[in-house]
Write a protein that binds this ligand. Structure first.
Ligand code: DX5
Ligand code: ZN
Length: 218
């Protein structure tokens, strides 16, 4: 299985965002996690297309865009133009999830579906064939720096089993509270894409990214 660290720029210093992204890229990281929050689906407002457009010009990483946005189908083309490679939408925010996932693929991006901690896996059972990735939130979305929710491990395990039983391969991404302390349990449960915000951008970025990547490679 392929494993990737996907550092979340939400925890970066936006005054020197380009510089901090270069640091993770130079440390050998392939994916970049970009959190878009609309102040509606989640209380916070983070960043949008202009920022993605600017950083796309400076980076060749895979842009893993996590939309915490109500009715995200309104913006699919815009995110494609801005440079998203993977577009992940929340099942809770999409009344027509099947159509939204098809539209993402038709726009030429990989499609992901995300679930909040309290949302059961049954919500996405019907659409697993349509996704390249399932993002399981391991904190309640909206803010960086929160504590990992321990019952997530069981959900990851059940999802990997469900995918295996149906002969499907989809990435399982985990997002929230992932650090050198919690990463082993999510890897062991079957996650293969690991988002980390404060655990990468808090302090020495290259050293933090290397410490997490070493855990992933073990
Ligand atoms: C939370 C975001 C996360 C967040 C993770 O709503 O989706 O991507 O940045 O931050 P940490 O790793 O600090 O929990
Ligand atoms: Zn995220």
């Amino acid at each position: 299985m392929r494993y990737e660290l996907s550092p979340s720029i939400l925890a970066a210093d936006f005054a020197c965002l380009g510089e901090q992204i270069s640091q993770v890229e130079q440390a050998g990281v392939n994916w970049l996690h970009i959190d878009v929050m609309d102040g509606n689906f989640v209380p916070s407002i983070s960043l949008g297309m202009p920022v993605i457009t600017s950083i796309k010009k400076k980076s060749s990483m895979f842009f893993d865009v996590h939309l915490m946005v109500q009715d995200p189908e309104r913006y699919i083309e815009d995110f494609k133009k801005a440079g998203a490679d993977m577009l992940t939408v929340h099942a809770e925010a999409c009344p027509h999830l099947d159509r939204t996932l098809h539209c993402i693929r038709e726009a030429g991006m990989k499609a992901g579906v995300a679930l909040n901690p309290a949302t059961p896996l049954v919500m996405i059972e019907q659409v697993l064939e349509l996704v390249d990735m399932v993002l399981l939130m391991t904190v309640n979305p909206g803010f960086g720096g929160q504590k990992y929710i321990p019952y997530s491990g069981d959900k990851i395990r059940r999802l990997r089993k469900m995918l295996d039983e149906r002969g499907l391969f989809a990435h399982i991404e985990v997002d929230g509270g992932i650090s050198t302390k919690t990463i082993d349990q999510v890897l062991e449960a079957g996650a293969n894409i690991l988002v980390a915000g404060s655990a990468v951008f808090g302090g020495d970025i290259a050293a933090n990214a290397n410490a997490l990547m070493t855990k992933i490679e073990e």
